[in-house]
Every structure is written in C-alpha cells, then in structure tokens.
Design a protein. Sequence first.
Length: 246
Amino acid sequence: MIRTCVDRLAGDGNHTIADEMDEVAVKGLHRINVRNNNGDPDEAILVIRYRKLRVLPPIGKQKRYPALTLTVIHAEERGTPKNGKKIEWKLITNLPVSSRTDAIEKLEWYALRWKIEVFHKILKSGCKAEESKLRTAQRLTNLISLLCILSWRVFWMTMLNRSAPDAPPTLALTATEIGVLDRLVNDRPKARRKTLSHYLIKVARLGGYLARASDPPPGNTVMWRGLSRLTDIALGVMVGGESVGN
C-alpha cells in the first residue's frame, strides 16, 4: 500500500484516476484523532471513497510495464479545519477492499506511517544497520533481525513512558538494569514513586536527557543512547559478578 501524489492515467488511458474517483459515491465516514498546528488534540472526519481501477504506467514506460488492477482509496477531511491543513489522503493498494471496514483498515495502517518512519530511524541511525561490513546476505539478514528487536524495544520504551508512566518498572526493565540505574543515576528530590516512568527517565538521562521541569518527554534519540550505555554497564556488572564469584 502506497500514497500517491501523481494523477496516473486509468482505464483505457483517456482519463485519469481523479476523473474516475470524482464519479464514486461516498462509501462512509471515519473519525480520527489529530493535532492542529498548535499541537493541541483535535478530531477530523474523513469522507471515504474507494474503487478498483485499471492503473496505467507513465506514458514513456507503457511498453516496458503492464497496467495493473488496483484499488484506489481517497479520504478527504469534511469541512475546513480552523487551525491546520486539510487532510487529503490518496492511497493505492493491491489488497482487497470490498467494504467500508476494509477501507478504514487501510487508512489506519497508513496513519501508522510516522511510527514506522521513527522505527526505521532508530534502526539506521541508532543501531547503525547501514554501517555493517558483513559480506553475505544471510549474515546481514541475521543482523537486521536482531537489530529490529533492539529498535522495537527502544521505540516501545519511549512510547511506554508516555502511555503507561505509572506501570511497574519490571514491565520493560530487568532486575539487573533497575539495580544499575538505582546506583548509577541519582533520584530527583521530588521523586516519590519508583514507577516505570521514573526509571525510563533515568535511562534517558544516561543518554543526555536533562529532565528539567520544562522539558518534553524524552525522545528516541536519548533513549537509544541511554539504553546503549545501560546495556554495556549491566553486562559489565554481570560479568564482574561471575568473575568475583569464581
């Protein structure tokens, strides 16, 4: 499933996708949560249209590529928002869309694009997947599989700090990690309850987060830096404990 910004030729080639979609009746409405230009939460109602079309490649490439039968989904915000840009999504998919429910499912997938982009940023910039020097596809596949788990954990912990701050710390951290954070990062004077958020902010502080009262919640960058340091230190603690024990 992709979002399109080009009005491709459709049908027999004498008209475009937009021409056909203008003839499609409204198939339903969908309410989504958004943020306006000020960052305040708001709601938008999307008018949904969809149709299966024969989509042609660009004119200069029609001899090399065949036409494809795809489903086009248009979702346009009803009315004009007072403090934000009007939502207008134009999606194309080769997946079946035979009902309003199917169309909404695809819209909800597309709404996750920001989280997907952040996940890949962590994978590439945080875990530095592109800097690996492996020479075979199998080794690279194994590395990326491992880094995907690490990237997911960083992103998951960042979001948990915002969505479930009062959860127990053991939800995301091991007992060793919690013990290291208690010894390595001093508690703030106002800290009372040692919740999940309390410890995740400690992780972020290891990554350079200042934790001032006016600071926004820690982002993925300081979380992956902090978690990287915490992992190294926790590993050292475990190895040192085994060596002393022997």
